[in-house]
Design a protein around this ligand. Structure first.
Ligand code: PMP
Length: 413
């Protein structure tokens, strides 16, 4: 049976809300609408109870204590609070002193929500090392070890990459950071809720994640802030009513928090089953595409990759034409996030994928309700589109005739 169109294969961008999450949230819009900060009546207590329960659900998902969870508006805010909050708190020299304020290590294929706060700190007098990942996209503990300095105050490495799904060596990086007394922040937006996470075992001090990537609502996120060994302190980025232990003042987004909590509870219970099923589907997708189409390449490490994200480059097709030809499949192209821009993805470029190939790359990301029939439809549709486009490509003809295109001297007019 052919699936209903269009098909959503862009779960790394956002996920639909799980109906169980929506159901849990609903009473908090109307009946239990109190402000958790209202300490002297039952409306406030009821809302506070909802927030408290969600804090436990969120903490359990990552093996933390509920006192270590700060609710934010999403992973962007969590990352900003973690990185700038730690940098300002632990700076080695005051701004304007002419001396380095401290050294920070991150890597070149982080999401902009990490890169941009780091660049801002660089402008403000911190020194930042942007580590290049290996060609397979993996960020290793060895690379971090080589970059550590006496004045390093913070390491921020994403747990899994949003474009290619590659997984960093976080537990080993964390062990190294703890050995050297350096704080480790990880952007866990694509990882948490998909793969087993335990901040104690994995040696993470600050961990960001977001509701809308784990079948929860948009505009809500969390930051884990370690309270023991070491006790991490942060400079708050906003001033106000002192909520969230002063880390993030402002009336709590109770409905969002309740939704995030429920999404965390469901993820904890179902992630193993989901991951196993999605890995099977992703392997089927990649195997079919790469075995039926020559000159295609799956980007990132073969094994150290999230089960549900696949990034594939197609030689001899033009990226925009490919996207047009597979309109019924909602996925991301290898162009920058803002698909209006035609900049090839900086992640693929950093991995050494050429501009042309980066443009003709697709990120297909599967999710909780992706079916076998949808994956089969995607395979047939993508294979047919690439074959058709290649039939129109003179370069592909030359390639088939055995001409080495890298040696061709092109005429420039
Ligand atoms: N980090 C990563 C790795 C992401 O994939 C995203 C979402 N694209 C973000 C941060 C930003 O998350 P949010 O939308 O919750 O601010």
């Amino acid at each position: 049976m052919s699936p209903k169109l269009p098909i959503y294969l862009d779960h790394a961008a956002t996920t639909p809300c799980d109906p169980r999450v929506v159901e849990a949230m609903l009473p908090y819009f109307t009946e239990k609408f109190g402000n958790p900060g209202s300490r002297n009546h039952s409306f406030g207590w009821e809302a506070e109870a909802g927030v408290d329960a969600a804090r436990v659900q969120a903490a359990r998902l990552i093996g933390a204590n509920e006192k270590e969870i700060v609710f934010t508006s999403g992973a962007t805010e969590s990352n900003n609070l973690a990185i700038k909050g730690a940098a300002y708190m632990y700076e080695r020299a005051p701004a304007g002193s002419g001396r380095s304020r401290g050294h920070i290590i991150t890597n070149a294929i982080e999401h902009k929500a990490v890169l941009d706060p780091c660049k801002r700190l660089q402008r403000e007098g911190f020194e930042v090392t942007f580590l290049p990942p290996g060609a397979d996209g993996v960020i290793t503990a060895e690379a971090v070890r080589a970059a550590l300095r006496e004045d390093t105050i913070l390491v921020s490495i994403m747990w899994a990459n949003n474009e290619i799904g590659t997984i960093s060596e976080i537990p080993q990086i964390g062990a190294l950071c703890h050995e050297k007394g350096v704080i480790l922040h990880s952007d866990g937006t694509q990882w948490v809720g998909k793969m087993p996470t335990n901040v104690a075992r994995d040696n993470v001090d600050l961990l960001s994640w977001s509701g809308h990537k784990i079948y929860g609502p948009k505009g809500i996120g969390a930051l884990y802030v370690r309270r023991h060994k070491p006790r991490v302190r942060l400079n708050a980025l906003a001033d106000g009513g002192g909520q969230e232990r002063g880390f993030r003042p402002g009336t709590l987004n109770v409905t969002g928090i309740v939704g995030l909590g429920k999404a965390c509870e469901i993820a904890a219970a179902e992630m193993d089953r989901d991951a196993e099923r999605l890995l099977r589907l992703r392997r089927k997708l990649e195997h079919a595409i790469t075995s039926r189409l020559e000159v295609t390449k799956v980007n990132g490490h073969a094994e150290k990759r999230l089960p549900h994200i696949s990034n594939i480059s197609f030689g001899f097709v033009e990226g925009e034409s490919l996207m047009m030809a597979i309109k019924e499949i909602a996925c991301s192209s290898g162009s920058a996030c803002t698909s209006a821009s035609l900049e090839p993805s900086y992640v693929l470029k950093t991995l050494g994928v050429g501009d042309e190939l980066a443009h003709s790359s697709l990120r297909l990301s599967l999710g909780r309700w992706t079916t076998e029939a949808q994956v089969e439809y995607a395979i047939e549709n993508i294979v047919a589109a690439v074959e058709k486009l290649r039939r129109l490509s003179p370069l592909y003809d030359m390639h088939k005739e055995g001409i080495d295109l890298s040696k061709v001297e092109w005429a420039h007019h």
